[in-house]
Design a protein around this ligand. Structure first.
Ligand SMILES: N[C@@H](CCC(=O)N[C@@H](CS)C(=O)NCC(=O)O)C(=O)O
Length: 239
């Protein structure tokens, strides 16, 4: 059984889609990031970066944070969506790392400047909108002569889809990306993708997006990390 520490965001969706695609049994442990659950000392033991998603595999006792590492783990556990042979395996891994190091962080920053800043910051908005647009074009060119990013449908596609999904909200229209559009349309009708994206969508109602929540999420720095580490140490001393 997989325990999934999760909130319905693009980074969470990577893993909910993968679990649905693999047909693995899983139990969801909601981490309401608007309410500050990511700072809970119990959660920090699993996720030192205080971010979800995280999984715990109760069959092996292994816990993993970082979406890319979780996807590789689940692919190896099930033998699905990541080839074993070296050449095709690295085709997939390079696109997976491209997503975790590029598309995800750039789209995440764009989302911040589109959805959360109080006063518009035109330079930052333009910078991340350009970068998101550029990365979508990289996918489009890659998909010119193939169905998926790397060989068969793989964890590279699963990781990338959730950050293409909010394209409209992020100010793009995919109009100039015919190949990407084809890929996107093919993935979005997969039943497992739909179930993964729908997982917990009703909880978004409970999400806190007031000034206090924004200060907590976007005011994080070294002090918040040290304070959380201290709270965890105290809890361990008490035990
Ligand atoms: N690189 C991480 C990113 C995870 C991440 O940024 N998660 C966000 C939600 S999308 C989070 O937990 N945010 C909590 C916070 O910022 O305090 C991954 O791919 O797993």
């Amino acid at each position: 059984m997989i325990e999934l520490y999760y909130w319905p965001t693009p980074n969470g969706h990577k893993i909910s889609i993968m679990l649905e695609e693999c047909g693995l049994d899983y139990e969801v442990k909601p981490v309401n990031i608007g309410a500050g659950d990511q700072f809970d000392p119990e959660f920090l033991k699993l996720s030192p970066n205080n971010r979800m998603p995280v999984i715990v595999d109760t069959d092996t006792g292994i816990s993993i944070f970082e979406g890319g590492a979780i996807l590789i783990y689940l692919a190896e556990k099930t033998g699905m969506f990541l080839p074993k042979e070296q050449r095709p395996r690295f085709e997939v891994l390079q696109w997976l790392f491209w997503q975790t190091g590029g598309l995800g962080p750039m789209a995440g920053q764009l989302s911040h400047f589109v959805n959360y800043v109080e006063e518009a910051v035109p330079y930052a908005l333009q910078r991340y909108a350009n970068e998101y647009d550029r990365l979508l074009a990289v996918m489009d060119v890659r998909l010119r002569d193939r169905e998926f990013l790397a060989g068969d449908y793989s964890i590279a596609d699963i990781a990338s889809f959730p950050w293409v999904l909010p394209y409209r909200r992020l100010g793009n229209d995919l109009d100039k990306f015919a190949n990407l559009r084809r890929w996107f349309d093919a993935l979005k009708v997969r039943p497992a993708v739909q179930r993964g994206v729908d997982l917990g969508k009703e909880w978004r109602r409970d999400e806190v997006n007031d000034e206090k929540a924004r200060a907590m999420i976007f005011g994080q720095n070294s002090e918040t990390v040290f304070a959380a580490a201290q709270a965890l140490e105290k809890q361990i001393e008490v035990l």
